[in-house]
Design a protein. Structure first.
Lengths: 329, 307, 497, 329
C-alpha cells in the first residue's frame, strides 16, 4: 500500500522533472502531423540555427540567474558588438587596411568592451550591493546610446569578410550550421564548468546563500565577475553571429532579446531566485521555444496568437515547476 | 516677415529611411537659411507629443514631421497649429488635417499598386495567369498597421486588377529587424510552393533574399521588395539574384520639400502645394531591368551618407 | 600547545562600542567557555578571531604569530574556524557540497572529485552519528540536521582553533551529547576550543575554563572548578536578584481557549487541552516533538489537517494569523530575526505592526502621535534598550530584539500570548524579564503558552506543564506534582524513558 | 570638535536625502540659462502633461516596488485599456448605441480587466510564491496578444466622445492640463495611503519582511492584492489618458513604459528590494525625467545622447543613494 503510494509519487516526480522534455516531444509530434515539412532535416537545421543565436546568450543568462543575478543589457550588447565589428571593417578598409584584419581587431575590441561592462556590473553590484536589475537597466541605455553613436546611426551592411559571414551563414560539411556548432560547444563548456568545476559550484553557492559562500572562503566577487562577464561575452558572440547571419549591423537590433533569453532559461527550469538551475534544461528551453516559433510560423498562425501561446507556455511551466517543488518537499 | 527663424523637424523611428528624411530636412533648412532642430520620437506616440510641445514652447515657427500615425498624430499637431505654428507633413497623408501648410508623401497604397502594376507582366511571363499565384507576405502589422496594410494591400489590388488570382500561402507580422531569418525560413518551409515573396520593408527584403538563396529557392521564388537601402541595392546588383525589384520612396525629397514648404509658407512666398493638401511623390522603382540605374543610386547614397 | 590571544581589541560599530580594549587568551587542549549577557560582545570577539570582522584597534595572536586577518579564508588557512550562531549553509546545494563549500576536492585534471567528497562527507557525518544521503539538498532537511552538518563542515577543516557560537541552540539532548563527544575528541588533539553558550548547565558539563565579557569589557577568566553557577552569574551580570513567580499570579478556572483534536499528520496528532484565564502553560518536549508546528497550527500560521480551536466562545475550524489576532491571540515566532522582525524598519514600526489598528483614527488613518505613544509604552514597560525609536531594528542585540517582538504583540492587548522559544539565545537577565512579562500578563488575567527547549526554565515559570512526545500530549504536570518535579524528571518524561 | 563632525555628517545626509531635488533644480537652472523658453508656463504645462501619463503608472510602480514586487506588464495594459474603450465605442455605436454610454461601459470593462489581472498576479504570486518578475513577463505577452486580438489588429481612431478626449487634451481653466490634475490627485491619494494608513503600513511591512508581517497578523494577500491591482489600474488609467491624448487606440503603444516607470520610481529613491521608498520621491523622479527629455529636446541633442544621459542619471542616482544609506547606518 505504502510502497505503491511512494512509487506513484516517484513516478509523478519523474514526469514532472522531465515535463519540459515531454512537452517538447508532444509539440514536435503534433507539428509533424499538422505540417509534414516540419520534420525535415533542413527545417530542423534552420530552426536550430536561429535558436542557437539566442541560445548562446541563454547559456550566460542561465549562469547569471543561478548566481541570483540578472542582466537586462544583453540586447544592447548584441547590437553593439555587431556594430563595433562593422565599424572597424568600414573605417579600417577606408583607411586601406585589410578587411580580415579589421574584422579581427573589431572582434577583439567588442570582446574587450563586453568584458569591461561585465566587470563594471560585477564591481558595482559587489561594492554597493545594488540590485543588478537596475544596474543593467541603466547600462542598457548606455550601451544602446553608445552603439548608435559609434555607427553615427547608419546601419552598416556587408562590412564583414567571408569567413566572418560563415559564422552565421556557413555550415559544417555543408549541413550543420556553424551557429549550432558554436552553441553546442559553448553549451558543453558551460555544462562542465557549472557542474564539475569549483568555479561553477561557487556560482551555485553565491546564488543559494551569498553570505554563507563568503564565510566559507569563496571569492564572491570572482564568482560574480565570472557570470557578469560571461553573459556579456555571450551576448557579444551572439551579436557577431547575428550580424553575420543578416550581413548587417544595426544598433537597434535585439531589443527584446533579454526577456526572450530569460524566458528560455526559466522554461528550462532555472529559478529566478538563484541557487538552482540546469544547463541541460536551458538546452531544452532553447529548442522548445525555437520549435514553437518555427511551428507556429509554418502553420501560419497570427503573431498575436503566438504571443498568447508564449505567455501561456511560460506561465504553465512556472506552475508545473512550482507544483513539482511542492511535491518534492 | 523676418528672414531667419527656427523650425523643427521630427522623424518617428530609428531607421535608415528616416535618416534620409532627416537629411532632407537639414539640407533644405541650410539651403533656405533657417535654423532647424531635429527630434526622433522613437516609435512612441507619447514621445512625439512631447517633442511637438517642446518645440512649440521653444518658439519655432514651423514643424516638419513624419507623424507616427495618420490618425493619432493629428490632434496634437492641430493643437500646435492653434498656437501659431505651421505644420508640414512628410511620409504619410495625415487624416483630418486641413490645417497643415502642405504634405509630401509617397502613398503606401499607391506604391504598393505601382509595384503590382510593374510586376504583373513579369509575373505573367514567369508563372502564367492560369494558376493562382502563391504569395508569401512579411509585414509589420504589429508595429505600424496602417502603413503595413496599405503596402501589401495596394500590391494585391493591382494584381487582382490585372486579372491574377492568388493564394496567400504564408503571411507573418514581424516585430523586429533581426529576428526575420527564422520567420522567413519557417514561412517558406510551411509554404514550399510559394512563388512570390512580398516584403513590406527593406529590412525584410534583405533577409528574404538571403533566405531564398540559402534554401535554394532562388529559381522558384520571385522576391519583391519595398524601400531602398544599401543592402538591398547590393542584392539587386548580384548575379542571379532572386530579388526582382524594389520601390524607393523618395524620402530625402519628401523631407526636403516639407521643410521648403514650411519655410516658404512662413515667409509668405509662392509654394508648390496648397494649404491642407498633400502631394504624392511617386515612388521610384529600381529593378534588375536597369542595373546601371541601381549602381548610380548606390553612388548617390554613398555621397549622401558620408556627409 | 596553541594559544590564541586577543590583545587590546576594540571594535566600534557606528553608535556602539561592541568591544572595549579586550585582552584575553584561550588555551589549547581545553574547552574555553565564553560567557556574557546579550550584546556583551561575544560574537563580535570571535568574529574578529575568524576574520569575519576587522577590529578597530588591537590585534589577534596565535601562538607567537601575529595575525592580520582580513577574510575568513585567511583565518581558515591559519586554522581558525568559526561555527556561526546563524547557520551559514547554502539551502539549494547538497550536504556534501555544503561540507566542502569553497574547497571541494579536485581530480588531477582540475575537475571536481565528487566521489572523494562524498566518501569524506560520509565519514565526517558518521563521526557525528548522522546517517543521511550526502546528496540530499539542505533545504529539504530539518533544522537540527543542518546544525550538525554545520559542525561537520567546521571539523572538516581540521582546525587549530575551533569556535562554536551557541552550537546547541537548535540541538536535542542526545545530539548535544554526540556533539560534546566530538568536541572532547577535538580538544584531546590539542585544539583550542572556544565555546559560547547561554546554557550554564552545558558549560558546567563541558568547559574547562570560563571567560566572561560584560558590555564589551573583559571581566575575567577562571578555571571551571573554581566557579559555582552563582559565581558565573555574578561575573556576567554583577548583582542580580532572581525573582520567582509572584503569588498574585493564579489562574482562574475560566477556560479561555480550548484546543480539540488538533492534528497534522506526521507532525502532531490529536492534541487537546484547555487553557485557563491567567494561566502560564508550558509545553515541554524534546526537539522535533512538534511543538513549533503545534503552536503555529493553533495560531493558523501553518496548516493543520483537522481539529478545532475555541477562543472566547467561538470555535475556529480554520485559522489564520489575521483571524487569531482578531480573537485576541498573539505569537512570538521561534526565529525572531527571520520571522519576528522587519530588520530594516525602525524600532517604532516594529513595535506597532500587530497593534496597527489601534494607532488609527477610525481604523484606517494612522495617527503619528498614537504610534509614538504606543511604541514608547512598550519601551518603558519592557525596559528596551535603544539608541532611539527611529533606529533600525537590526541595530539591537538579541535580547532587546526579543523584547521588541513581544512588545509588538502586547501593544495589541492579547488575552492569549504564545511564546515559541522566547529565551533562545538571550542572556539570563533578559530571560528573567521575559518571565516577568508573562507573570504580569497573568496577573492582568491574560494567559500564556510557553515553549522552551531549555525545559528546566518551565518549572519555575509555569502553572502547568504539558509533556509532548512524538507529536502527542502524553502527560500533564500540575499542582503538587509540578511542585515535586525536578529538571531530570522532566527530561525523563519528555524522552519517554 | 565632535559636534562639528556630527553636524557635518548631518549636513551631508541632508544634502544626500534631497539630492534628486537638488539635481532637478540645477538642471532647471541650467536649462533656463541655455534656453530661456524652457522656463515658460506653457512649456512646463506641456512637459508635465507628458510626464503625468507615465507618472500615473509610476505611482503604482512605486507602491509595488515598496511591497518588494514588480509588474512588467503595465505597458501591455496601457495599450489594452485604450483598445477596450475604443472597441466598445466602435461596436456599440455600430449597433446604434450612444457613444458616451459605450465609452463609459468600455472604461468600466477595462478597469475590471485590469483589476482581474492584478488579482490574478497577486493570487498566483501568493499561492505559489513565484517571482512576480516572471509572472508578469508571461502576462505581458498575454495582454499584448489579447489587445491585438480584440481590435483585430487594426488601430481604432476617433472612437471617443468629446468628454473622454478632454481627459488627455483638456485643460482646467484653459491652462492646467487634465492629465496633470489626474496625476496630482492620484499622487495625493497614494501619498496619504502609503504614509498615513494601515494599508500603506502593511505594504511597507510585506516589502520589508513578508513572514514577519504575516506572523504579526497582517493580511499579506490583501496587501499584495492592493499593490498588484493598483499598478494595473494605474496602467489602465494611463492608457485612457494616452488614448485620449492621441485620439486613437493601438495595441502597440507603450512597449517601453514599464522600464521607464521603474526608472522614475528608482530615481525618486524607491528601493528595488522592497520595504522602502517614497511617494514624494516618485513625484520628483517623474518631473526630473520629464524635464530632462524636454530639455534635451529643446537643446536639440541627439536622441542617442539622450539615452546615454538617461543611463548615466539612473546609474548616478543609484550610487548616490547607496552612498547615503551607507552614511546613514
Ligand atoms: N554589524 C553591527 N552593526 C552595529 N552594531 C552591531 C553589529 N554587530 C553587533 N553589534 C552590536 O555590538 C554589540 C555586541 O554584539 P554581539 O553580537 O557581539 O553580542 P553577543 O555577546 O554575541 O550577544 P548575543 O548573546 O545576543 O549573541 C551589541 O550591542 C550589538 O548590537
Ligand atoms: N515527521 C517529521 N518529518 C520530518 N521532519 C520532522 C518531522 N517532525 C519533526 N521534524 C523536523 O524536526 C524539526 C522540529 O519540529 P518542530 O519544529 O515541529 O518541533 P519542535 O519541538 O518545536 O522542535 P524545535 O526545537 O526544532 O522547534 C522541524 O524542523 C522538522 O523539520
Ligand atoms: Mg552572539
Ligand atoms: Mg520549536
Amino acid at each position: 500500500m505504502k510502497i505503491a503510494k511512494l512509487d506513484q509519487k516517484a513516478l509523478r516526480l519523474m514526469i514532472l522533472n522531465h515535463v519540459t522534455e515531454i512537452v517538447l516531444v508532444l509539440i514536435c509530434v503534433a507539428l509533424w502531423i499538422a505540417a509534414p515539412t516540419f520534420m525535415t532535416w533542413s527545417n530542423w537545421m534552420n530552426l536550430l540555427r536561429s535558436g542557437s543565436v539566442k541560445g548562446i546568450i541563454a547559456l550566460g543568462v542561465t549562469m547569471i540567474l543561478i548566481a541570483g543575478k540578472i542582466d537586462l543589457s544583453t540586447g544592447s550588447q548584441v547590437a553593439l558588438s555587431g556594430v563595433i565589428v562593422a565599424v572597424f571593417g568600414k573605417h579600417m578598409t577606408a583607411a586601406g587596411f585589410d578587411l580580415s584584419l579589421a574584422c579581427v581587431l573589431g572582434m577583439a575590441a567588442s570582446l574587450l568592451l563586453a568584458a569591461l561592462f561585465g566587470t563594471f556590473h560585477a564591481a558595482i553590484q559587489n561594492k554597493y550591493n545594488i540590485p543588478p536589475f537596475i544596474i543593467t537597466l541603466a547600462t542598457q541605455y548606455l550601451l544602446f546610446g553608445l552603439g548608435a553613436t559609434i555607427c553615427n546611426n547608419y546601419p552598416i551592411p556587408n562590412m564583414f569578410p567571408k569567413w566572418f559571414v560563415q559564422l552565421g551563414m556557413g555550415r559544417l560539411f555543408g549541413t550543420i550550421p556553424y551557429p549550432v556548432i558554436i552553441f553546442m560547444v559553448l553549451w558543453g563548456v558551460c555544462y562542465v564548468v557549472m557542474e564539475h568545476t569549483t568555479t561553477g559550484r561557487s556560482i551555485y553557492a553565491i546564488g543559494g546563500n551569498q553570505e554563507a559562500a563568503r564565510l566559507s572562503g569563496i571569492n564572491v566577487f570572482k564568482a560574480k565577475a565570472v557570470v557578469f562577464v560571461t553573459v556579456q561575452v555571450c551576448a557579444a558572440l551572439a551579436g557577431w553571429v547575428n550580424s553575420a547571419m543578416v550581413m548587417n549591423a544595426d544598433w537597434t537590433y535585439a531589443k527584446d532579446w533579454p526577456m526572450d533569453c530569460i524566458t528560455m532559461a526559466i522554461i528550462g527550469g532555472t529559478s529566478m531566485t538563484g541557487g538552482s538551475g540546469r544547463i541541460w534544461g536551458t538546452l531544452v528551453g532553447v529548442v522548445l521555444i525555437s520549435v514553437l516559433i518555427n511551428g507556429m510560423t509554418i502553420l501560419n498562425w497570427n503573431i498575436y496568437i503566438q504571443y498568447i501561446v508564449r505567455g501561456a507556455i511560460l506561465l504553465g511551466s512556472l506552475l508545473v515547476m512550482t507544483y513539482r517543488d511542492k511535491l518534492r518537499d | 516677415a523676418e528672414d531667419t527663424f527656427k523650425v523643427a523637424g521630427i522623424v518617428f523611428k530609428d531607421e535608415f529611411t528616416m535618416k534620409m528624411v532627416q537629411q532632407g530636412y537639414q539640407d533644405a533648412a541650410k539651403d533656405l537659411g533657417v535654423e532647424i532642430l531635429i527630434g526622433n520620437s522613437m516609435g512612441d506616440i507619447a514621445n512625439e507629443q512631447q517633442l511637438i510641445n517642446g518645440y512649440v514652447d521653444m518658439g519655432v515657427k514651423g514643424i516638419a514631421i513624419t507623424p507616427y500615425s495618420e490618425e493619432a498624430s493629428s490632434p496634437m499637431l492641430r493643437e500646435a497649429y492653434d498656437r501659431g505654428v505651421q505644420i508640414a507633413v512628410a511620409n504619410i497623408k495625415l487624416k483630418n488635417a486641413d490645417f497643415i501648410c502642405g504634405g509630401f508623401t509617397s502613398q503606401d497604397r499607391l506604391n504598393g499598386q505601382k509595384l503590382g502594376e510593374f510586376m504583373a507582366p513579369v509575373l505573367e511571363e514567369r508563372f502564367g495567369k492560369e494558376n493562382p499565384l502563391k504569395i508569401a507576405i512579411i509585414d509589420f502589422d504589429a508595429a505600424i498597421p496602417e502603413q503595413s496594410k496599405a503596402r501589401y494591400g495596394g500590391f494585391l489590388d493591382a494584381l487582382t486588377a490585372y486579372g491574377f488570382t492568388y493564394d496567400i500561402v504564408a503571411q507573418q507580422s514581424s516585430t523586429s529587424k533581426q529576428d526575420n531569418v527564422p520567420i522567413i525560413e519557417a514561412m517558406l518551409t510551411g509554404a514550399p510552393d510559394c512563388n512570390v515573396f512580398y516584403n513590406t520593408s527593406a529590412a525584410f527584403t534583405a533577409i528574404a533574399v538571403q533566405v531564398v538563396k540559402t534554401m535554394g529557392l532562388d529559381k522558384q521564388i520571385c522576391v519583391v521588395g519595398y524601400d531602398m537601402g544599401e543592402q538591398v541595392a547590393g542584392q539587386l546588383l548580384e548575379e542571379g539574384t532572386p530579388l526582382y525589384c524594389t520601390l524607393e520612396q523618395d524620402m530625402y525629397t519628401m523631407g526636403y520639400k516639407a521643410v521648403e514648404q514650411l519655410v516658404k509658407t512662413i515667409r509668405g512666398e509662392e509654394t508648390e502645394c496648397k494649404p491642407g493638401e498633400t502631394v504624392y511623390l511617386a515612388g521610384i522603382i529600381h529593378s534588375v531591368q536597369d542595373l546601371p540605374e541601381v549602381q548610380s543610386w548606390l553612388d548617390r547614397f554613398y555621397a549622401l551618407s558620408s556627409k | 600547545m596553541n594559544t590564541i590571544y586577543a590583545e587590546n581589541i576594540t571594535k566600534i560599530y557606528p553608535g556602539t562600542k561592541a568591544l572595549d580594549g579586550v585582552s584575553c587568551h584561550f588555551e589549547g587542549g581545553k574547552i574555553n567557555a565564553l560567557l556574557g549577557k546579550n550584546g556583551s560582545g561575544k560574537s563580535t570577539l570571535v568574529k574578529i578571531f575568524a576574520g569575519a570582522e576587522i577590529p578597530t584597534e588591537g590585534m589577534v595572536r596565535l601562538g607567537d604569530k601575529t595575525l592580520r586577518l582580513s577574510s575568513t579564508l585567511q583565518a581558515t588557512q591559519e586554522g581558525i574556524v568559526l561555527v556561526y550562531q546563524e547557520t551559514s549553509l547554502v539551502p539549494t546545494l547538497s550536504v556534501v557540497e555544503n561540507i566542502f563549500l569553497g574547497r571541494l576536492p579536485r581530480k588531477p585534471n582540475g575537475l571536481i572529485d565528487w566521489k572523494a567528497a562524498r566518501v569524506r562527507a560520509a565519514e565526517l557525518m558518521d563521526g557525528m552519528g548522522l546517517h543521511i544521503n550526502p546528496r540530499a539538498l539542505i533545504q529539504h532537511l530539518p533544522m537540527w540536521q543542518r546544525q550538525v552538518i554545520e559542525i561537520c563542515k567546521a571539523l572538516s577543516h581540521d582546525p587549530k582553533v575551533l569556535i562554536l557560537d551557541e552550537p546547541t541552540s537548535a540541538l536535542a539532548k542526545d545530539e548535544v551529547q554526540k556533539l560534546f563527544q566530538a568536541i572532547r575528541r577535538i580538544k584531546d588533539r590539542g585544539v583550542v576550543v572556544i565555546y559560547i553558550s547561554h546554557k550554564l548547565a552545558e558549560v558546567n558539563e563541558i568547559a574547562d575554563t570560563v571567560t566572561v565579557l560584560r558590555d564589551g569589557v573583559y571581566v575575567g577568566s577562571r578555571d571551571i572548578r573554581e566557579l559555582t553557577n552563582a559565581g558565573m552569574i555574578h561575573m556576567m551580570f554583577g548583582d542580580v536578584r532572581h525573582k520567582v513567580r509572584p503569588a498574585e499570579s493564579v489562574p482562574t478556572d475560566e477556560v479561555i481557549m480550548e484546543v480539540n483534536g488538533l492534528t497534522r499528520a506526521g507532525w502532531y496528532e490529536d492534541v487537546s487541552f484547555k487553557l485557563y484565564r491567567g494561566e502560564v502553560l508550558g509545553i515541554a518536549g524534546m526537539l522535533g516533538s512538534g511543538r513549533t508546528e503545534l503552536l503555529n497550527g493553533i495560531f493558523g500560521s501553518m496548516p493543520a489537517d483537522s481539529g478545532t480551536v475555541t477562543v472566547g466562545g467561538k470555535t475556529y475550524a480554520r485559522r489564520s494569523p489575521v483571524l487569531m489576532k482578531g480573537a485576541g491571540v498573539g505569537l512570538t515566532p521561534e526565529d525572531r530575526k527571520v520571522d519576528g522582525l522587519i530588520l530594516m524598519h525602525s524600532i517604532e514600526s516594529n513595535l506597532c505592526y500587530a497593534g496597527m489598528r489601534r494607532t488609527t483614527v477610525g481604523g484606517w488613518v494612522e495617527s503619528t502621535r498614537k504610534r509614538r505613544a504606543m511604541a514608547q509604552r512598550q519601551v518603558d514597560a519592557l525596559h528596551i534598550k535603544l539608541s532611539g525609536l527611529n533606529a533600525r531594528a537590526s541595530s539591537m542585540s538579541g535580547g532587546n530584539q526579543q523584547k521588541v517582538v513581544v512588545g509588538n504583540w502586547l501593544n495589541n492587548d492579547p488575552s492569549i500570548m504564545i511564546y515559541d522559544e522566547p529565551t533562545r539565545g538571550i542572556d539570563v537577565h533578559a530571560k528573567q524579564q521575559i518571565f516577568e512579562i508573562m507573570w504580569a500578563q497573568s496577573i492582568l488575567g491574560h494567559s500564556s503558552i510557553f515553549v522552551s527547549t531549555e525545559i528546566e526554565e518551565l518549572l519555575g515559570v509555569c502553572h502547568r506543564i504539558l509533556i509532548m512526545r512524538g507529536g502527542r500530549i502524553v502527560d500533564e504536570l500540575k499542582g503538587e506534582r509540578l511542585q515535586g518535579t525536578h529538571t531530570n524528571d522532566l527530561y525523563t518524561l519528555c524522552l519517554g524513558g
